[in-house]
Design a protein around this ligand. Structure first.
Ligand code: NAP
Length: 306
């Protein structure tokens, strides 16, 4: 494939940034990849793995002469990084990010950037429960959506260039407005994560079910909660603190529905339960038809011993 950017600066070298580096390398999309992270330890690991052409010790050094700068740190670090880099950005450069919440990021970064720099927020809807520089892989974004959030004033050519990078890494790209993004993600990702965290916390609390029983019988649905609840605590703290309104709105609706189901169980209203589960089954079918999951039993997991 053809090179899309001459020099890409990755700020943060965790799961998302290292996956981007592997994917850009695999498809030849960047002339040079320069990376930096907060700690010397992470920078050293990244040097050893070698997914960047250069790993430097400061944000200022990393963004120098870069035509694409990607902020791939926890959301709470982004305003500080924007302050650090603003005087060192190349005129005409594009700045993007990969944060899971968008309104807070747009408000934190946008006003800090100088004129002549294109700011196009982004969010790849791809991830795993692993984090850090060792967790990345080139295929992470393949077949996944990446949402870009230019506004009415954003340079169209800059947006199309960034879109072509994500498409070349295997993603499908959609454009969206920040508040709508945050509501959609509250429904599809943020509230489900909170529910998984809660379910795992409850199981831990419930003294009538022993730890060994939880582990032994976890294939019955609980295992997927534990995988989600193993996600990075810093990232998810930031998600909830920066997408407060939408998450609280969805959790309010969730609580109402939960009460209705609770009532149906108590009063023996089987029709209500059956109708509800029929509706949710159709949603699952829609996800499979859209190619966002597999319909293999147990998510296609290979059974031990088979
Ligand atoms: P990660 O694996 O935990 O990596 C975060 C990186 O940011 C680390 O290299 C960390 O360096 C660095 N960092 C933290 N503060 C910094 C600072 N002030 N200056 C420079 N570097 C700093 O995180 P991730 O999973 O890649 O997530 C990164 C972003 O992507 C988050 O905003 C998250 O919301 C978003 N996202 C995540 C997923 C997912 O499933 N993981 C999916 C989509 C989007 P140290 O190691 O030295 O601390």
């Amino acid at each position: 494939m053809t090179q899309i950017y001459d020099r890409v600066a990755l700020i943060g070298l965790g799961l998302i940034a290292s996956s981007m580096a592997h994917a850009m390398r695999k498809h030849g999309l960047a002339g040079e990849i320069v990376g930096t992270a907060r700690s010397a330890e992470t920078r050293e690991i990244a040097r050893q793995i070698g997914f960047c052409d250069r790993v430097v010790d400061s944000v200022e050094e990393a963004v120098k002469d870069a035509d694409l700068v990607v902020l791939a740190t926890p959301i709470s670090a982004m305003a500080g990084i924007a302050n650090q880099m603003k005087a060192h950005l190349m005129p005409g450069a594009t700045v993007t990010d990969v944060g899971s919440v968008k309104r807070a990021v747009v408000d934190a970064i946008g006003p800090r950037l100088p004129d002549g720099v294109h700011f196009i927020p982004g969010h790849p809807l791809a991830g795993t429960e692993h984090s850090g520089p060792r967790s990345g892989f080139a295929e992470l974004f393949e077949g996944r959506w990446c949402i870009l959030l230019p506004d009415g004033t954003t340079d169209i050519a800059a947006t199309e260039r960034l879109r072509s990078l994500w498409e070349a890494m295997g993603s499908n790209v959609d454009l969206m407005e920040p508040d709508h993004h945050d509501l959609v993600l509250a429904v599809t990702s943020h509230a489900p994560h909170l529910i998984a965290y809660t379910m795992v916390g409850v199981a831990d609390d419930l003294r009538r079910v022993t730890d060994s029983e939880v582990i032994k019988y976890s294939a019955t649905g609980f295992r997927d909660f534990t995988r989600i609840a193993a996600s990075d605590p810093t990232m998810w703290r930031d998600v909830f603190l920066s997408n407060k309104d939408a998450t609280l709105e969805i959790l309010g609706r969730f609580t109402e529905e939960l009460f209705a189901l609770q009532r149906a169980i108590r009063t023996g209203d089987g029709d209500h339960l059956h109708a509800y589960f029929t509706k949710t089954r159709a949603i699952r079918r829609g996800i499979i038809e859209a190619g966002q999951d597999t319909d293999a039993p147990d998510f296609g997991r290979v059974k031990a011993g088979r």
